[in-house]
Design a binder for this molecule. Structure first.
Ligand code: SMG
Ligand code: MG
Length: 372
């Protein structure tokens, strides 16, 4: 394919309730959508940055200038570009995996649509639905948290993930475990809020029979996870640190990880995400599909990724209504019996609702291939 144009749209979509993590509170989804126009048709992708560089170094403000100046010129007008070429063409630019992932996703969407192929077929997904876990933000009051969790369990979510931070950890986890019993699949996510000196505290989480603790330490502190694993029984899962197949391979060799949260956006795209899946399967490391509060674009693609055979734990694959009142895709994914259907339409599994996109667009840039 030849990429003729890349349209970037910054959108701002209100969330149904504010979402608080150890690094901040979000009350709308402020991110950039990508539309690629090729000689074989169009495709859409979503960039999973947060508005502030607090989850990781990337942030929404930086996406449009970065793509305009450094990424788009490496793709626009190049002949014979397929989805597998995008990462190679963008590789000289270091980092910025979320921006790269959005571009690769849009190209993959265009390419699959042109081929009449679903993403599920492309990835070899054999299941028609995936289990839904839900990520629950930090609450000021434990009774309110217990009510929120109870609501999600009533809706049918099969796994609960509690966001934690120092001072909001042992007590809320204990309250949720006591309120809903030992059968509830329960895990926690620290978003890098702890220090190695907190290992004795984290060890006390063992009392609550958690599936895993996600990303206790700073992204770069792989060895602290080796020490934590030696101290606790709860499996240690990496999110922010698991930046690429190479980092995951190194973490496995170091003994720094029990379980990996795979997010296509964080690792540079769905193709790298699939490589991490394959690597982890080969090493017997369980994986699950993470979420970044995606709109219907990323949510559909994540439901496909989560259907790969090695995804043995429920992911942060929630129905669109977990975060949104309405979506920017037609027929957004809804949870049925605690599961999301795996989309099977050509492309990445969604149809963008252009009017809905238009209504939430706050900034737009059209980048075109040089003519001739
Ligand atoms: O999409 O369900 C979702 C959100 C899942 O908790 C979630 N994501 O660290 O795993 C994580 C966070 C990152 C985004 S927090 C604003
Ligand atoms: Mg996480």
């Amino acid at each position: 394919m030849r990429i003729e144009a890349i349209e970037l749209r910054r959108v701002d979509i209100p969330l149904v309730t504010p979402f608080r993590t150890s690094f901040g509170t979000q009350d709308s989804r402020d991110c950039v959508l990508v539309r690629v126009v090729t000689d074989a048709g169009e495709g859409w992708g979503e960039c999973v940055t947060m508005p502030w560089p607090l989850y990781s170094a990337e942030s929404t403000d930086a996406v449009i200038p970065l793509v305009r100046t450094h990424l788009a010129p490496r793709l626009l007008g190049v002949e014979g570009v397929g989805p597998r070429d995008v990462a190679r063409l963008l590789a000289p630019i270091r980092g910025h995996r979320m921006a790269k992932a959005a571009l690769e996703s849009a190209v993959l969407d265009a390419w699959l649509r042109a081929a009449g192929q679903s993403f599920a077929t492309f990835l070899g997904v054999a299941v028609d639905r995936v289990p839904c876990g839900v990520s629950v933000g930090i609450h000021d009051r434990t009774d309110a948290l217990v009510r929120t969790v109870g609501g999600y369990l009533d809706e049918g979510y099969v796994r609960i993930k509690l966001k934690i931070e120092p001072g909001n950890d042992l007590a809320p986890v204990a309250a949720v475990r006591e309120s809903f019993g030992d059968d509830v699949l329960l895990q926690v996510d620290a978003n890098a809020a702890y220090e190695p000196g907190d290992i004795p505290l984290l060890r006390r989480l063992d009392a609550h029979d958690l599936l895993l603790i996600e990303q206790p330490f700073d992204e770069e502190r792989l060895l602290a996870n080796v020490d934590l694993r030696a101290a606790i029984a709860t499996p240690v899962c990496l999110d922010e640190s698991a930046l690429s197949a190479q980092v995951v391979a190194d973490a496995i060799r170091l003994g720094a990880v029990d379980i990996v949260n795979i997010k296509a956006g964080r690792v540079g795209g769905y193709l790298e995400a699939a490589r991490i899946h394959d690597l982890c399967v080969a090493h017997g490391v369980p994986v699950w599909c993470g979420g970044m509060v995606e709109t219907g674009i990323g949510r559909a693609a994540n439901a496909v990724l989560a259907g790969m055979h090695g995804f043995s734990l429920p992911g942060d694959n929630s129905g669109f209504d977990r975060f949104y009142a309405t979506d920017i895709v037609a027929d957004p994914l809804r949870m049925v019996d605690g599961h999301l259907p795996v989309p099977t339409t050509p492309g990445m599994g969604f149809e963008v609702d252009l009017d809905a996109v238009e209504a939430v667009t706050v900034e737009r840039a059209l980048l075109e291939a040089p003519s001739g």
